[in-house]
Every structure is written in structure tokens, then in C-alpha cells.
Write a protein that binds this ligand. Structure first.
Ligand code: AHR
Length: 497
């Protein structure tokens, strides 16, 4: 197999948005408790945050973190999670069938964000609650002082307002599983009211607000939902959300390798719908996508089963990712970068233990899943400007998407003058020689890092370093053309410095 790409730094797609490398912390399973927060852990700092996890999060490189859900937020009373910990109530969490202790809440989350250096992305409950509670939360978080809620925050030790700019107006409100599911009209109306009212408080012009889009492209009202919601909210919000999770259906791993095709179609559909609403309204404004949940998720895995009823922080959704999953995951990242002209925020769901790149044991170690590596490399080297790439690639047949190009790639011109190409060989069987026409850039050193392996190889508690990227020495440079050998089923980061 042989594939070829070309690009020119003069022909660009978009600046890579900082928020593209977001992640997500939900009160779900062990994401918070014994994930990021475990006061009894030997590495815990004075805030109860696990230093071993903080170190891995920094290495992973998320830029923004969405919190506190997810389905959880639709039954959440944010006041339960602030103030003295001994006074915080235990509550039933109907979304996940567990007990929430509220030992971690908004103040702890803000400490976490400051410690790692990420932007907070806060979701409000539009399931069991509505406008007033959203306003109260906003006033507690962002108003400086002199009112009930802002002074309460100060009495809890946080003098300075949090200044949270990015807010999700509810979560997956179209889903029958959602506490307080709404019709598109009901949701569109309330989302618009919340958006307009939040903007009446401090810094309203400066807020970035996300309306809920469809929970997946497969939802029965996909498209119609976005149309109705945006008809109500077009002037008051900035983003419409998209969520997508992939796993092999009926063992069809070949189609699974091409999952990014679905993500592309999803993005096309949402943008077409949003732009159609804008056109009808004769608006110059563009609504962009916040792809605020994406990942590989084996929704049929036993780890997704219901835990002991009303237990505290049980193991839920603890997927263990394989080398194959990491390659598909990398391909999803490539799509987000390629479409970053309109996908201007995104969150890998989630951060720790729950369908996550980082795993922990309570009281024990933390380690990197296979999916950790594509994310860390993309966040580190995928900064700057996305370039227009022309590609010529052999194809492979899939049951779900027909013939699909084996090569999936994107090129990013980095601010320091280097160029990074991320390339996935989606063919499970056949290696490929990738020729990169680099005649438009200065080619000094070329280094390639490649992640591949046995399809099912995973990093586990007992064998935490089985899968990791290695230096790929099969590179030659001749007359402005770089040739790299890409193994079958591989994720590759090619740095042209
Ligand atoms: O990320 C896991 C769950 O997936 C989230 O709680 C929900 O929003 C989505 O359905």
C-alpha cells in the first residue's frame, strides 16, 4: 500500500481552538472519588487531590474540563457540594443508581482546575431544576461580592469570583434516560431564558453558552432537534453540543476502524442545520459545535452494568482500552482537528477511571490507558494552524460506510515553524508507505512516533506499560518528500522540525 499527502502552509483551515482539547469530569463511578479526589491516598495533597493523578493529567494536556455531568447534572443540587464538608447531605443519584456524598463540589473542582491549569466548563441542571437555580449558581460562582450567593462563596473561603466563562445549558435533554427529559420546544424555550438571564449578570457579553444538541447522530429526532432548539436560542447561545461514542457493533471491527466517518457526517449534519436556522433568521452569526462528549465506549461491556444499588463510588464504565481502540480514538481526534473551523470546543469523555485515558486503584497506583497517548500527542503538537491536506490513499471496504480511505491524516503548522502530521492507518491488515510532499516547508529533522500492537493489547494494573508509542525509524527524506512506513492499525505523530 502507498498513500501520499501534500499541503502548503499558505492554505489553511483554521487556527486550532484552545478548547478543542477539553476533557470531562462527571460525578460518576470513580471519576471523582478515588479518581482525582482521594484524601486518604498516600499522594493526596492538602486539598485531597491525588498528586499522581494530577501529574498524569498535566502530561495528558487537557485545556478545559466540563463538570459535573453528564447525566448526573440533571438531578444535581449544586448547593449540596459547597460549604463545610461535614454539613453536606448524602443524596440519591438517580442517573447512575448510587449515593452521592457531596464531599467534592464546585469549590473543590475550581481548585482542581487551578492546580492543573485548565479552563472550567460548568453545566447547569435543566432536568429537575430551571432558571432560578441556574442564576443562583452563576451568582455564587461569578459575582464578586455583596449579595447572598456571592457572600456565601466568600464565607466558604473563595474571596475572588471564579469567572467561569463557558456554561452548558443542561445535558442530553433529548434522551429518554435523562432525568427531566424535554421536548425540543420545551428545552429550546428554557435554554433561551437561562441564556438571556445569565447574560444579565456580570460579564454577560463575555460568556460562551452551549445549548444541548442531539445525544448522538442516531437519535430519532436528530436534525429536527437542533433545528427547533436553535430556532429558540440562535441569538442567545454560542455553541450547539454533539456527543458520540463508538465501539465495534456485532464484532464488526473493520467498520469500527472507520468510526470517524460517522463523526464527520454528524458534524456535517449539525453545521448544515445550524446554518439553515441562521439563514432563515437572516443572521450573520455562526453557531459552532461543542463536541463535548466523544470517545470509544463499549456500552455493552460488563463494566457498564448497574452496581450494588445506592453504593458510593462503585466501579462503573471502567473500559480498558486496547491498541485498536487507541487508533480509532486517534482518528476521532484527527476529525476534530480537521473540522476545527466549526468544532471550536470538544471534551474527551471522561478524564479518570470512567471511559478514561487515566486509571487508578483506590490507595494504589495510577496509569496511562492506550488512549492516553494520542490525546497527549495531539494536545502537545496539534497547536497552531490546521492546514488543508490533499490526500491520495488506498481504500478498504466496510460494511457500514462502504469504501473508506485507509489513511486518515491532518497537518498542523505549529507556531515555532515546525509542522506536525497526525496519520492513522485504518487498515487492520496492511501496512502502508506514506509519502509526504513537504516541498512547501523547510525540512530539518523528521521524527516519527508510532503506536500500534496486538489488537487486544491493553495497559492494566498488572502490566501498565504494555502499549505505548515508540520511535519509528522507518523514515527517509529525499528531494522534499518524506517517506514513512505506517504499520497496519497504527497512530503516528510525524514531526517535521
Ligand atoms: O459520559 C457518560 C455519559 O454519556 C454521560 O453522563 C452522558 O451525558 C452520556 O450519555
Amino acid at each position: 500500500h502507498r498513500a501520499r499527502i501534500e499541503f502548503d502552509p499558505r492554505f489553511t483551515v483554521a487556527e486550532v481552538p484552545d478548547r478543542l482539547f477539553g476533557s470531562f469530569v462527571e460525578h460518576l463511578g470513580r471519576c471523582v472519588y478515588t479518581g482525582i479526589y482521594e484524601p486518604e491516598h498516600p499522594t493526596a495533597n492538602e486539598d485531597g487531590l491525588r498528586e499522581d493523578v494530577l501529574e498524569l493529567v498535566r502530561e495528558l494536556g487537557p485545556t478545559m474540563i466540563r463538570y459535573p455531568g453528564g447525566n448526573f447534572v440533571s438531578g444535581y443540587r449544586w448547593e449540596d457540594g459547597v460549604g463545610p464538608k461535614e454539613d453536606r447531605p448524602r443524596r440519591l443519584d438517580l442517573a447512575w443508581g448510587v449515593t452521592e456524598t457531596n464531599q467534592f463540589g464546585l469549590g473543590e473542582f475550581m481548585k482542581f482546575c487551578r492546580t492543573v491549569g485548565v479552563e472550567p466548563n460548568m453545566a447547569v441542571n435543566l432536568g429537575t431544576r430551571g432558571l432560578q437555580e441556574a442564576l443562583d449558581l452563576f451568582e455564587y460562582a461569578n459575582h464578586p461580592s455583596g449579595t447572598h450567593w456571592s457572600d456565601l462563596r466568600r464565607s466558604h473561603g473563595d474571596e475572588e469570583p471564579y469567572g467561569i466563562k463557558l456554561w452548558c445549558l443542561g445535558n442530553e435533554m433529548d434522551g429518554p434516560w435523562q432525568i427531566g427529559q424535554r421536548t425540543a420546544t420545551e428545552y429550546g424555550r428554557v435554554a433561551d431564558q437561562v441564556a438571556r438571564s445569565l447574560r444579565m449578570i456580570d460579564g454577560g457579553d463575555d460568556l460562551d453558552l452551549v445549548a444541548c444538541g442531539s445525544s448522538s447522530r442516531g437519535m430519532p429526532f436528530f436534525g429536527a432537534w437542533e433545528n427547533e432548539v436553535l430556532t429558540h436560542t440562535y441569538d442567545s447561545v454560542d455553541y450547539i453540543s454533539a456527543h458520540a461514542y463508538y465501539h465495534p457493533l456485532d464484532g464488526d471491527v473493520v467498520s469500527f476502524m472507520a468510526s470517524a466517518q460517522d463523526m464527520e457526517l454528524f458534524i456535517d449534519g449539525v453545521i448544515a442545520t445550524a446554518d439553515a436556522v441562521g439563514a432563515k433568521l437572516k443572521s450573520d452569526k455562526k453557531i459552532n459545535i461543542s463536541f463535548d462528549e466523544w470517545n470509544v465506549w463499549y456500552q455493552t461491556a460488563p463494566s457498564g452494568e448497574r452496581p450494588e444499588p445506592w453504593s458510593v463510588a462503585p466501579r462503573q464504565l471502567e473500559d480498558h482500552y486496547s491498541a485498536m481502540d487507541a487508533v480509532v480514538f486517534g482518528s476521532l481526534l484527527i476529525t476534530l482537528l480537521r473540522r476545527s473551523d466549526r468544532v471550536t470546543a470538544a471534551c474527551l469523555a471522561q478524564l479518570v477511571n470512567v471511559i478514561a485515558p487515566i486509571m487508578t486503584e483506590p490507595g494504589g497506583p495510577a496509569w496511562r490507558q492506550t488512549t492516553f497517548f494520542p490525546f497527549a500527542e495531539a494536545s502537545r503538537y496539534g497547536r497552531g494552524t490546521v492546514l488543508n491536506v490533499n490526500a491520495d490513499s488506498p481504500g478498504f471496504d466496510t460494511a457500514k460506510y462502504g469504501e473508506v480511505a485507509a489513511l486518515h491524516s491532518v497537518a498542523v503548522a505549529n507556531e515555532d515553524g515546525s509542522v506536525t502530521v497526525f496519520a492513522v492507518n485504518r487498515d487492520l491488515e496492511t501496512p502502508m508507505t506514506l509519502e509526504i510532499d513537504a516541498s512547501s516547508v523547510r525540512v530539518g529533522d523528521v521524527t516519527v512516533s508510532t503506536l500500534t500492537g496486538e489488537r487486544d493489547a491493553k495497559n492494566t494494573l498488572d502490566d501498565p506499560e504494555r502499549v505505548a508509542p515508540v520511535a519509528n525509524e522507518h523514515v527517509t527524506v529525499k528531494d522534499g518528500t518524506i517517506s514513512v512506513e505506517l504499520p497496519a492499525m497504527s497512530w503516528n505523530t510525524i514531526r517535521i522540525v
